[in-house]
Design a protein around this ligand. Structure first.
Ligand code: KG4
Ligand code: ZN
Length: 338
């Protein structure tokens, strides 16, 4: 049978990434993370777009080199069409289009949110793939969704955030506490050293399977301001407890919604994806759910959870098998839906 080589490109936010896949297996997976945004405490779209322009050629070259293949061996080029920042998406989209045109091979457009979910199907020696149907919870700095997945391309969003993403809840809380950007990993690290019940925050009252995190952020802001007024050293003296309490609240919100989703759908296989799934507390809570609620949980390898091109490649691979290609008129779409 024929070998399928996919070159995939991801540029939806602040990571420029390229990967090469052979028959569903990753040969190379390169990510250039843009450090420039740290100084601004968040992603600056204009700077992200410019950094993608600088990074894309070296990142693609590196991916091909690491995979030890020549461009002429490629079967197709897959790229992230959306959702994401328009200026960022445009760089990957135009690059992918010209490369596919120049090599005269198929061009395949990929939905970034579908890719976070299908990352679970990358061929890896000791990876257990979720069986259909399963629930996917995508949690990152840009997204918070619960998706009912019936097959590779039949996905139904059954819950999502009505305001901030869960990663923003981590990052904005961190900003209030004077932590660097992104603050998620630092809050995670400190949470392990603190008491999760030291401070109580109330969970948002949002109906059904939807999420809301902006109220929590405001609640934390007012709480901290009040405490600091009484004791200027409040943050320094209690940072680990504050982080543990914030993380505990956020995890509680996610787990409550998963419980409701499993109840409503009867599906107990749960796969997670997105940068926040690196969080040790969330991983533990999911494992606990296996004992407590009879769930089976799936957590992908770390490099496949944050934004990466390997996940774009696996979607490209599946679409290639179906002959589902894009044409040269395809345009980036910042609000692309699943
Ligand atoms: O998927 P990702 O790399 O990019 C997108 O936002 O699409 O996710 C980045 C987000 C940031 O908000 C970051 O703070 C969060 O993931 N994050 C974490 C952890 N590692 C990354 N949040 C909590 N705990 C972590 N260990
Ligand atoms: Zn993402």
């Amino acid at each position: 049978s024929q070998n399928i080589y996919i070159l995939a490109i991801e540029s939806s936010c602040d990571d420029t990434a390229a990967a090469v896949m052979l028959n569903g297996k990753i040969l190379s997976n390169i990510v250039a993370t843009q450090k420039i945004h740290e100084a601004y405490g968040g992603v600056v779209p204009e700077l992200a777009s410019r950094a993608h322009q600088q990074n894309i050629v070296p990142v693609v070259d590196q991916a091909l080199k690491k995979a030890n293949i020549d461009k002429s061996q490629l079967s197709a080029i897959a790229f992230t069409r959306g959702p994401g920042l328009m200026g960022s998406l445009l760089v990957g989209t135009s690059f992918a289009k010209s490369l596919a045109y120049g090599l005269d091979i198929p061009l395949i457009d990929v939905n970034h949110m579908q890719a976070h979910i299908l990352a679970h199907f990358i061929e890896e020696p000791d990876f257990v793939k979720p069986p259909f149907p399963f629930l996917a919870m995508t949690i990152s700095g840009g997204h918070t969704q619960i998706v009912n997945v019936s097959s590779y391309f039949e996905m139904d969003v059954i819950g999502e955030t009505i305001d901030d993403a869960v990663g923003e809840a981590f990052d904005k809380s961190g900003k209030i506490l004077g932590l660097g950007y992104p603050a998620g990993p630092e809050i995670d690290r400190r949470a392990k050293l603190g008491n999760p019940k030291a401070y109580q925050f109330t969970k948002p009252k949002v109906g059904g399977l939807n999420f809301s995190f902006s109220g929590l952020k405001t609640q934390i802001l007012y709480f901290i301001q009040k405490q600091v007024k009484a004791n200027p050293n409040f943050i320094e003296a209690n940072l680990n407890d504050i982080c543990a309490s914030i993380q505990y609240t956020i995890i509680g919100i996610l787990i409550d919604k998963l419980k409701l989703a499993t109840k409503e759908t009867g599906i107990t296989h749960i796969a997670i994806g997105g940068g926040v799934s690196a969080n040790t507390g969330i991983r533990q809570a999911l494992k606990d759910g296996e004992q407590k609620f009879g769930w089976t949980t799936y957590i992908p390898k770390f490099e496949y959870t944050t934004d990466n091109a390997a996940m774009i490649a696996i979607v490209g691979h599946f679409k290639y098998l179906e002959g589902n290609y894009a044409d040269q008129r395809v345009m980036a779409s910042s609000r692309l839906k699943i």
